[in-house]
Design a protein around this ligand. Structure first.
Ligand SMILES: C[S@@+](CC[C@H](N)C(=O)[O-])C[C@H]1O[C@@H](n2cnc3c(N)ncnc32)[C@H](O)[C@@H]1O
Length: 277
């Protein structure tokens, strides 16, 4: 099989893989083709408890359509850490089947708005169906890429994301876009796969595939440096559970300062070049 060599090819491989996953759920099966899944993405070991709906408590899952929970492919539960408030505007980067958008919409209430952004048509269709079935009206699903968010500057209070930033072929652009769309003082609550700093990009790639959310993971230090360079403060990256040797599900939190440093993101750029494309 030919290896994907360019960023465009890699992004297309990601899109194809998650379109397949959405079709599987739409046909009534579990979405077993996503992050960490042994069946088609990662290394074949059991991933139960590391990815997906098991990372949400029963109360959260109970109020959702079955297809929304089946389609859950994340590596954490960003809605549990984002401290959403009534009336706020939330943006979920890489919203997949819509579970975190629906949960966020409930948390911000009828005066708030929850946006989901995804590049995969099949995921957007599934998410819209799930939101309608859940009876949520304050949700909007947008088609686009997380490297170029189709929302105005300073229009969002909270950015969440669940196991998607590791899949980006241009991580500095994603961090810059998060800062652009957030209002000053706005915050992020992100779940992602993150590597220990001791692992080189090659060592991360030995532990799993790019589409399986492993090879493209930033290290903790790269994440922290990238967020600070993009204009965030109070940055924290906390490991929650191991998903491979030296690689973890992590909660990433930060607050947008009013004065971004507007400097390069050398560590993140280097990792992106070496690790994924
Ligand atoms: C691992 S799934 C996670 C979905 C969802 N956040 C969840 O927790 O179930 C990754 C999702 O991100 C989307 N995605 C990946 N890269 C993207 C990009 N660069 N721009 C927009 N969406 C992207 C995929 O289409 C897919 O729906």
């Amino acid at each position: 099989m030919l290896m994907a060599t360019t960023a465009d090819e890699l992004r297309e491989e990601v899109r194809r893989r998650y379109a397949e996953s959405a079709r599987t759920v739409t046909e009534g099966n579990s979405g077993d083709c996503g992050c960490g899944s042994g069946s088609c993405c990662a290394d074949g070991e059991s991933d139960a408890g590391k990815f997906g709906e098991a990372l949400y408590d029963a109360e959260q899952r109970g109020g959702l359509p079955e297809a929304a929970t089946l389609a859950s492919l994340g590596c954490g539960n960003p809605t549990a850490v984002a401290e959403l408030r009534d009336g706020e505007t939330v943006l979920d980067l890489g919203s997949g089947g819509g579970m975190d958008v629906i949960l966020s919409a409930k948390r911000v209430g009828p005066t708030g708005i929850a946006y989901g952004l995804d590049m995969t048509d099949e995921m957007l269709a599934l998410a819209r169906t799930n939101a309608a079935e859940a009876g949520t009206t304050n949700v909007h699903f947008l088609k686009g890429v997380i490297e170029q968010v189709p929302l105005p500057a300073e229009s969002v209070d909270v950015v969440i994301s669940n196991c998607v930033i590791n899949l980006s072929v241009d991580k500095p652009a994603v961090l810059t876009e998060m800062a652009r769309v957030l209002k000053p003082g706005g915050r992020i609550g992100v779940s992602d796969v993150v590597a220990e700093d001791r692992l080189s990009p090659d060592e991360r790639a030995e532990r799993g595939s790019f589409v399986g959310c492993i090879a493209g993971a930033l290290s903790k230090g790269e994440y922290e440096a990238g967020l600070e360079a993009a204009g965030f403060e109070q940055v924290s990256v906390e490991f929650t559970h191991q998903v491979a040797d030296g690689m973890h599900g992590a909660i990433v939190k930060a607050v947008k300062t009013s004065e971004p440093k507007r400097m390069g993101l050398p560590a993140v750029e280097a990792a992106t070049r070496a690790g994924c494309c």
